[in-house]
Design a protein around this ligand. Structure first.
Ligand SMILES: *[C@@H]1O[C@H](CO)[C@@H](O)[C@H](O)[C@H]1NC(C)=O
Ligand SMILES: *[C@@H]1O[C@H](CO)[C@@H](O)[C@H](O)[C@H]1NC(C)=O
Ligand SMILES: *[C@@H]1O[C@H](CO)[C@@H](O)[C@H](O)[C@H]1NC(C)=O
Ligand SMILES: *[C@@H]1O[C@H](CO)[C@@H](O)[C@H](O)[C@H]1NC(C)=O
Ligand SMILES: *[C@@H]1O[C@H](CO)[C@@H](O)[C@H](O)[C@H]1NC(C)=O
Ligand SMILES: *[C@@H]1O[C@H](CO)[C@@H](O)[C@H](O)[C@H]1NC(C)=O
Ligand SMILES: *[C@@H]1O[C@H](CO)[C@@H](O)[C@H](O)[C@H]1NC(C)=O
Ligand SMILES: *[C@@H]1O[C@H](CO)[C@@H](O)[C@H](O)[C@H]1NC(C)=O
Ligand SMILES: *[C@@H]1O[C@H](CO)[C@@H](O)[C@H](O)[C@H]1NC(C)=O
Length: 355
């Protein structure tokens, strides 16, 4: 009898919990089909707050175990064809993985999303079931994290001339901290399925000549290494140095793990520290050094190298900050155009004469 009583008590409790939880969910997420995220265009544009951002269970229920996150923190930016190209390539090769662009806004309004009137982005959004746009304010993203004080009250970052970029560095940490997933910069064109990388779950990338970079990384929610990297990046923050965060990540891991990131070292690392951190090398998105990236994308002598990279690498970090102003004719045989025609045909077809 006692066991039956316990059984019923537990059953009632569980049912109630599920009921309350679902009611709660439905209230916020009615627009979005819960069991499947393949859904209509309007419901793929949604507010990340107040519910999803701080409720990992709801977020997982919505999107599953794996998500790819992009972050847009600059006001009034228009997504350029090259950014849209990256999105097209990543969504094409990872059709079962939700790709979510998180736009940081000052107000909770969706009609102001700054880049939604770019034709190539609209077209991609209209035609891609696994592409989402979510918005949130930075205070909401930082709420209840160790970076809250820092982002809003620390004069070092408030007065930094690189403030938007540096805030972007911290926001990507915070979204991974709260949601878990893989973060990618907009300037990484993808050549194939990222499943092997996604399955690592917790990783940073060390490149041949740059140490650890933060253009791409993955972490499960509340990963302790991520906590450490956030802590150090804040404590040692260097406002006048553009790559402050990647530099601190590199030094932190160097000191703690006693591994060298000198030229080439990272590429030779099998580099599984443990399940909560993998350090992987240039084979990911760096077929060319930063020093050679301009040649690699715009000189026809490198077209063959680029085509080889389609096989050997997961994609290419095009470093748009350095190369974005250089345009190629869409039908040219320059490496960038060859890659774009292959990996983002829709975007290229809408780009006009130059890309
Ligand atoms: C956001 O809201 C504040 C206060 O309500 C208002 O002053 C501001 O103009 C709004 N900004 C935008 C971009 O709508
Ligand atoms: C996009 O929106 C901005 C601001 O609302 C506007 O100035 C611009 O003309 C729009 N661009 C296009 C292509 O519609
Ligand atoms: C995308 O879909 C919206 C809503 O259906 C429509 O208004 C818009 O014209 C479409 N844009 C493109 C480029 O297909
Ligand atoms: C960062 O870590 C140090 C020591 O590991 C700790 O004393 C400090 O409180 C942490 N800072 C934050 C903001 O969590
Ligand atoms: C910033 O500092 C002010 C004054 O000390 C405080 O009231 C406020 O809560 C702080 N903001 C954050 C986000 O911690
Ligand atoms: C760090 O690594 C170097 C070379 O791999 C080794 O010689 C040294 O003993 C290590 N230091 C510690 C503290 O483990
Ligand atoms: C991973 O390695 C770090 C550093 O060696 C260690 O502190 C941590 O406990 C390890 N985590 C797991 C899950 O083994
Ligand atoms: C490609 O290499 C050849 C032979 O080295 C050289 O003559 C040519 O100028 C190069 N082309 C470009 C576009 O740099
Ligand atoms: C590029 O080539 C395609 C296919 O041959 C053609 O339809 C398109 O008009 C060309 N674009 C430009 C800008 O020349």
């Amino acid at each position: 009898m006692r066991w039956i009583k316990i059984f019923y008590t537990v059953a009632v409790f569980v049912t109630l919990t599920i009921f309350i939880y679902n009611t709660h969910l439905t209230k916020y997420l009615r627009a979005i089909n819960q069991s499947k995220w393949k859904t209509s265009l309007p419901s793929r544009i949604f507010n990340l707050t107040p519910f999803l951002l701080d409720d990992p269970f709801a977020f997982k229920q919505m999107f599953g175990e794996q998500v790819i996150l992009y972050i847009e923190t600059t006001d009034s930016v228009n997504l350029k064809p090259r950014d849209v190209c990256s999105l097209e390539s990543v969504t094409t090769f990872n059709p079962t993985v939700p790709v979510i662009i998180v736009v940081t806004v000052t107000n909770h309004t969706s009609d102001q999303l700054p880049f939604y009137n770019s034709t190539s982005f609209q077209s991609l959004m209209n035609n891609t079931q696994n592409l989402f746009v979510a918005w949130a304010t930075i205070p909401d993203i930082a709420k209840d994290t160790i970076l809250e004080q820092f982002l809003f009250n620390d004069t070092r970052i408030l007065n930094s001339k690189y403030r938007p970029a540096h805030v972007g560095d911290f926001v990507r940490f915070l979204l991974l901290w709260k949601l878990g997933g893989v973060y990618l910069d907009f300037d990484i064109m993808i050549f194939k399925s990222l499943a092997p990388i996604l399955n690592l779950k917790n990783f940073v990338i060390a490149t041949f000549s740059n140490g650890v970079i933060n253009a791409a990384m993955g972490f499960e929610r509340h990963n302790p290494w991520l906590n450490l990297l956030m802590n150090r990046s804040q404590t040692n923050y260097y406002p006048t140095y553009y790559p402050s965060t990647p530099q601190i990540m590199t030094l932190t891991l160097h000191y703690i793990l006693n591994i060298s990131f000198n030229a080439g070292a990272a590429d030779h690392m099998k580099s599984q520290v443990n399940e909560s951190l993998h350090i992987i090398g240039s084979k990911t998105f760096f077929p060319f050094d930063y020093e050679n990236v301009v040649l690699a994308m715009f000189n026809t002598n490198f077209t063959k190298y680029m085509e080889k990279a389609f096989e050997t690498h997961y994609g290419i970090h095009t470093w748009n900050r350095r190369t974005g102003y250089i345009k190629v004719e869409v039908n040219s045989s320059k490496p960038l155009a060859v890659a774009a025609r292959k990996f983002c045909p829709r975007t290229i077809s809408l780009a006009g004469a130059f890309f």
